[in-house]
Unconditional design. Structure first.
Length: 264
């Protein structure tokens, strides 16, 4: 990370932290808050994307991945604020965590993995990481719908959380998240095919990772198709979404098992 990139990152971090404090203190001026938040997220995205694709050194590690994940979370929460015309309660904590993660990444920069990675491969790594993270966020929303609907059906067992949005709003939010997840997972599959072709391999290498990733993509595709054309909603969609997230976790755990045990 160059000095200029590091200074820009610090500015973005303090911008997130300051905006989080302002959002905590003020409840009005929703339009202005959304505009400021969107502008900050867009500037931060430019600061992340340009070095990722143009820098000769390819920095990547746990903290760098967490910064990317929090940037995606900031985008999603800004979209929620835009569509619902309110500031979600989770928005200030997400902005605060994003700012802190940027500071940590600046203090402890990630190591350089390689200097000769193609743009296609860098794109594949990025979109795969974002798609899996988005699927986790979607599963959390699906889990919220599942518990809220159960509490409404059986109020004697569990009292509904009145601070949450209505089930209709939660379902609309889940639908938007599913569309984003579907787009990112589709990009992951297609970019993986392109990377394999660039390296002279067959388009799809049928290992455990490809198998579970394709299963998750097919499941999310089925959910999106069902919601659009058959009006699927509620607990069934929530359960199917959580199954898709579980398949991706199996894909990751299988990869780690092969690296740490089989190839050790």
């Amino acid at each position: 990370m160059t000095i200029i990139e590091n200074n820009l990152s610090i500015l973005h971090a303090f911008g997130y932290i300051l905006l989080a404090i302002l959002l905590w203190k003020t409840s009005g001026k929703v339009f202005l808050s959304i505009m400021l938040s969107g502008s900050l997220v867009a500037l931060h995205g430019m600061g992340l994307l340009l070095p990722w694709f143009t820098s000769i050194d390819f920095e990547f590690g746990l903290l760098k991945a967490f910064v990317w994940i929090m940037w995606l979370a900031a985008i999603l929460v800004c979209c929620e604020a835009f569509f619902r015309k309110i500031i979600p309660k989770i928005m200030p904590p997400i902005f605060m965590l994003t700012g802190l993660s940027i500071i940590l990444d600046s203090m402890y920069p990630s190591s350089n993995l390689a200097n000769d990675l193609s743009i296609t491969f860098r794109f594949h790594i990025l979109i795969a990481m974002l798609s899996y993270s988005c699927l986790v966020f979607t599963s959390v929303r699906a889990l919220t719908i599942h518990f809220q609907e159960n509490s409404l059906r059986n109020p004697k067992i569990r009292t509904p959380d009145l601070s949450l949005p209505s089930l209709i709003e939660l379902d609309a939010s889940l639908h938007r998240l599913l569309l984003v997840t579907f787009a990112l997972l589709s990009g992951t599959v297609l970019s993986g095919v392109v990377v394999n072709l660039e390296n002279g391999r067959i388009p799809l290498v049928f290992d455990h990772k490809t198998f579970f990733s394709l299963l998750a993509w097919l499941l999310i595709s089925c959910i999106v198709f069902g919601k659009l054309f058959f009006g699927w909603r509620g607990r069934m969609v929530a359960k199917m979404t959580m199954i898709g997230s579980f398949l991706v976790i199996l894909s990751y755990l299988g990869t780690q098992f092969v690296i740490d045990v089989v190839l050790a």
